[in-house]
Design a protein around this ligand. Structure first.
Ligand SMILES: [Fe+2]
Length: 184
């Protein structure tokens, strides 16, 4: 009788071991699935941020170009205005790259990467009139605002990045207003 009871007890312990192994495996599988889902959505967000960064870099280069090459009766004021704008763009790019590092990913960091990720197009060798320069920069700021708004609307943004993107959007809106105010 005692032997039967011992055998039953052993069988029950073995089953408990099996159950606990199965539970651990299920848990690990679940955690991996959650992790995969999380890293996929993180990557999608970082891709979007890198596109914005590449466009900010292109717009920064354009603004620097126009700071150097603007001519005409408004030279002095526009030369200084474009300088203030490219300095602000440099700050915006820096905080964008740091945001991507905070998300544990790598920002586009070379000229080659910047050129393959941008949608704002440069027009080398063309010397535009002052108003065309301003309109061109304005179009760049509007394109970046559209990209930021798309990212915010994607529903795939953590709270910290959401807050950061809203601040960046406001900075581009302010720069757009200033550019518009310089149009004749
Ligand atoms: Fe300068």
């Amino acid at each position: 009788m005692r032997e039967i009871r011992d055998a039953e007890q052993k069988r029950s312990l073995k089953q408990k071991d099996k159950d606990s192994v199965r539970m651990t495996m299920d848990q690990a599988l679940h955690e991996n699935l959650v992790k995969d889902k999380k890293s996929d959505s993180n990557q999608a967000l970082v891709d979007r941020l890198n596109h914005i960064l590449a466009n900010e870099f292109t717009l920064f280069t354009k603004t620097l170009n126009y700071h150097w090459n603007v001519t005409g009766p408004r030279f002095h004021s526009l030369h200084e205005f474009f300088e203030a704008q490219y300095r602000e763009l440099l700050e915006l790019m820096d905080t964008m790259a740091e945001r991507i590092r905070i998300l544990d990913e790598s920002p586009v960091s070379t000229l080659r990467e910047m050129r393959s990720d941008n949608t704002i197009i440069e027009t080398p060798g063309k010397f535009l009139s002052a108003d065309k320069m301003i309109n061109d920069l304005l179009a760049g700021h509007m394109e970046i605002q559209r990209q930021i708004q798309d990212t915010l609307d994607s529903g795939n943004v953590d709270s910290g990045t959401d807050d950061f993107l809203v601040a960046t959007l406001k900075a581009h809106q302010k720069n757009s207003w200033m550019l518009k105010s310089h149009l004749t």
